[in-house]
Design a protein around this ligand. Structure first.
Ligand code: HEM
Length: 434
């Protein structure tokens, strides 16, 4: 297989699976010249690497390696923003950060959010009442996770577009790309500073007047090993905005696309709504929202007769592992009755997705509400995929819908303000800071 193949190639983005299969068969340890990464595609290798401390997540030096030395200031800003990020730490620091941040994402905390998620979706659906055609991504799947994540953190969701633009610049820098990263680093550093300045103000307000949100929890949290430092709070809030939004949007979009292509499963779900959990796991396996994870090798490794030197940059292709025929029978089939699945859609091992429970609740309520609201849904025209190899997601998808005649059949949701789960974010009183 050509070691210079283009990861941005439109055919690869649209359907990466034949390439993954070839790699699994012909080059399970594959050197990709343009990105400078070794790729692992087989399920066993990805699974083992995810729990092996030799594959380190802390790899900021590698990420900053391609930034020219002249860009000292952007490098300093990015290092400060990336080094304390949960996803990019290992060992005791990772364990300490994870136990502090994890409190807010414990399944019972997330379960408390379920009525709010349901009410938020119903509010969105109510605004579409008189419509028979809907662009699902921009009108439903994109705004929903951002509203929920902003709510948990305690940020004003009406400013999410700004956070998203800033955090996307940072993400673009972390992503795989070839060549010098000078321009991307400068853009990412500028956006990093903008988001940090915004968060500084929010943190100052919380220090004076704590609220029931994650930002207040992070400020107050005390553990063995001490509080989160100020840079750790900023880095991890930015990290959560990055990690939680597009991934969940992609699960909703990819999942709906799969249901539209498999009407018998949509039918099965209507007649047995309790299958929703299994359906979502299978959606996440088959069209994994996160296709690729990065690691750096701490030791020399011999794998499938290929020697990887110490310090090698490695990509773990979870999207390929989830379709490995050695791990899953008939792996390209949407099969909601798979038992004992070893899917790596949410990762595995110490870095297993901290937001998995939230993503599942959002997805469960999303699909339940859509099926309760509409008796029929059908695809109109072609869909498009977002142009990134790391995240896989439908970027636009129009559906035609028919509404249930008796409104009483739809899922009932209490108005958000009556749910008694704390106030939604109040606009920051900036005058207090002056
Ligand atoms: C369908 C939605 C989601 C998918 C598919 C997903 C996938 C993943 C995966 C594969 C990892 C492992 C990364 C690694 O090992 O390098 C991960 C980690 C993480 N995810 Fe998610 N995620 C989703 C939603 C969320 C949400 C909603 C949040 C929070 C708001 C979140 C926050 C995180 C964080 C903070 C980590 C790092 C955990 C650590 O390093 O210990 N994710 N996610």
């Amino acid at each position: 297989m050509d070691s210079r193949f283009n990861v941005m190639d439109a055919d690869f983005i649209r359907d990466p699976y034949p390439t993954y299969r070839r790699l699994q068969e012909e080059a399970p340890v594959y050197w990709h010249e343009p990105t400078g990464y070794w790729w692992l595609t087989r399920h066993d290798d990805v699974w083992n690497a995810l729990r092996d401390p030799m594959f380190r997540s802390g790899r900021v030096d590698a990420l900053l390696g391609n930034v020219p030395d002249a860009q000292q200031e952007p490098k300093r800003i990015l290092r400060e923003l990336l080094e304390p990020r949960l996803l990019l730490t290992d060992g005791p620091r990772h364990a300490r950060l994870r136990s502090l941040i994890g409190q807010a994402f414990a399944p019972r905390e997330i379960e408390r959010m379920r009525p709010v998620v349901r009410a938020t979706i119903q509010e969105q659906l109510d605004t579409l009442r008189n419509r028979s055609r809907i662009e699902v991504m921009s009108e439903l799947a994109d705004p929903l996770p951002s509203r929920m994540i902003c709510r948990i953190i305690g940020l004003p969701s009406e400013r999410f577009d700004e956070f998203k633009a800033w955090t996307n610049d940072i993400y673009a820098f972390i992503g795989i790309a070839s060549g010098s990263r000078g321009d991307q680093a400068a853009i990412a550093a500028r956006s990093g500073q903008a988001v940090a300045e915004f968060l500084e103000k929010e943190i100052a307000v919380r220090r004076r007047r704590p609220s029931d949100d994650l930002l207040s929890t992070l400020i107050q949290a005390e553990e063995v090993g001490g509080r989160l430092t100020h840079p750790e709070i900023i880095a991890n809030v930015v990290g959560l905005l990055n990690a939680g939004h597009e991934t969940t949007t992609n699960l909703l979009g990819n999942g709906l696309f799969l249901l539209l292509q498999h009407p018998h499963i949509m039918h099965e779900l209507r007649s047995d709504p309790d299958r929703i959990g299994a359906v979502i796991e299978e959606m996440a396996r088959l069209e994994s929202p996160v296709q690729i994870l990065g690691r750096r090798l701490d030791e020399r490794l011999l794998l499938h007769d290929v020697e990887l030197p110490v310090g090698s940059n490695v990509l773990l292709l979870t999207g390929a592992a989830n379709r490995d025929p050695w791990a899953f029978d008939d792996p390209d089939r949407f099969d909601i009755f798979r038992a004992g699945s070893r899917s790596v859609s949410f990762g595995y091992g110490p870095h297993f997705c901290i937001g998995a429970a939230l993503a599942r609740v959002i997805a469960e309520e999303f699909f339940r509400s859509l099926l309760a609201e509409w008796t029929s849904l059908s695809l109109v025209g072609p869909i498009h995929w977002r142009p990134y190899p790391i995240f896989r997601g439908v970027s636009s998808m129009t559906v035609e819908v028919e509404r249930r005649r008796t409104p009483g059949m739809a899922i009932r949701a209490e108005p958000i303000e009556e749910l008694g789960l704390g106030v939604l974010h109040e606009p920051t009183d900036t005058t207090e800071l002056n």
